[in-house]
Design a protein around this ligand. Structure first.
Ligand SMILES: Cc1cc2nc3c(=O)[nH]c(=O)nc-3n(C[C@H](O)[C@H](O)[C@H](O)COP(=O)(O)O)c2cc1C
Length: 357
């Protein structure tokens, strides 16, 4: 493919992704993120004042009003500029973090940088840049990514791992050899902290440990049970019914495995659909919770600010209902783990580690 064709292809793909997520049924159908299996000890006697429950935290040296983030989605074509700016503005107004989608398009075509730039509407919140680990392997890429991060004034870089998506895309990059080395190089060359994320199929504790060694400063588990890239790519390429559509590790399981394996702060995403799910994520060891699809749908409906406010209130309510004065106390709550999540965890304990790769 000629360079200009590659650039057009990247832009078209990013635009189609948003279209498919909004218009088609692309949430995971066979796997649940598992939040329904997490029961917290409801307190009939909290003995605290709801209005004094403090859910504030910090991320990359910046204040957040709640441990929430709008996760990576888009950039690189005209409508993406609107989505990024509107969502970043809502994030700024409500005091939560914001992540842009893969910056590959602006790296290939610098004129597209405009579709990712949100700092003018979001001066105070953490903004996270984005690139794929497979893209990072390209010669000179870490240097170009560094430029792209500066251009949007990012506080951190999310590097995404998406082998399932690449396998289903006929145009996908299927050679993941050398991704870990590319991440190590990026750590040495890139100024901002690195977060490693999946895109909806989860990360095991074992892999999180290797990523920690390679220089990750945070892990975003982005587990299975929410937006399914298997489904999106199967539909895009008319391969419906594809056996790989819903492959992955449910978010709750991934979160428990990763939080037991590394000391790094963890972001819970993948099927987080309310402030209650976010609160449960904190109880399972996450420092933050994030979501993509719910905020895109809210953007489409013109209700992003309201949805974020509702999630914050729900999170604060769960803290109140467990007698927790702040996030530290919320995190200390014991939970009962039932259903499929419990089965998964038991199988992991009995059979040892998942796998090495
Ligand atoms: C429309 C759309 C585009 C996405 N693009 C990216 C991307 O460019 N880079 C990335 O790391 N993740 C991307 N994601 C994945 C999300 O960041 C997130 O990991 C995943 O959707 C699971 O969260 P959810 O179930 O709340 O949607 C995208 C998600 C959506 C919905």
């Amino acid at each position: 493919m000629a360079m200009s064709d590659i650039k057009e292809e990247i832009q078209r793909r990013k635009e189609e992704h948003v279209g498919f997520v909004l218009k088609k049924e692309v949430q995971n159908r066979s796997l649940s993120p598992g939040f329904e299996d997490i029961q917290f000890g409801y307190s009939a006697l909290p003995e605290i004042d709801f209005y004094r429950v403090d859910i504030k935290t910090r991320m990359f040296g910046k204040d957040l009003s709640a441990p929430l983030m709008i996760d990576a989605m888009t950039g690189g074509y005209p409508k993406a500029k609107r989505i990024n700016r509107d969502l970043a503005e809502a994030a700024e107004e409500t005091g939560i973090a914001f992540a842009v989608g893969s910056q590959r398009a602006m790296i290939e075509e610098p004129i597209l940088a405009d579709t990712y730039k949100v700092r003018d509407v979001a001066p105070n919140i953490p903004i996270l840049g984005n690139i794929g680990a497979v893209n990072l392997k390209e010669r000179g890429m870490a240097f170009r990514v560094e430029g792209a991060l500066k251009a949007i004034d990012a506080d951190a870089l999310q590097i995404h791992l998406n082998p399932l998506q690449e396998i289903i895309q006929p145009e996908g990059d299927r050679n993941f050899e050398g991704c870990l080395a590319a991440i190590e190089r990026a750590r040495d060359l890139i100024d901002v902290p690195i977060v490693i994320k999946e895109v909806g199929s989860g990360i095991t504790g074992e892999i999180a440990r290797r990523l920690e060694k390679a220089g990750a400063r945070m892990i975003n588990v982005s587990g299975a049970g929410g937006t399914s890239w298997g489904r999106i790519e199967s539909l895009r390429h008319k391969r419906e019914g594809h056996g790989l559509s819903d492959v992955g590790i449910p978010t709750a399981v991934s979160l428990i495995d990763v939080s037991g394996s590394v000391k790094l702060p963890i972001i819970a995403s993948g099927g987080v659909r309310s402030g209650v799910d976010a609160a449960k994520s904190i109880m399972l060891g996450a420092s933050y919770a994030a979501a993509a699809f719910p905020f895109l749908a809210a953007w489409d409906a013109g209700t992003a600010g309201n949805v974020i406010a509702t999630w914050k209130e729900e999170l604060q309510a769960v803290a109140f209902l467990t007698g927790s004065r702040n996030l530290k106390e919320l995190a200390k709550n014991n939970v009962l783990i039932t259903g499929r999540t419990r089965e998964n965890l038991r199988a992991m304990q009995e059979r040892g580690k998942w796998t090495r790769r």
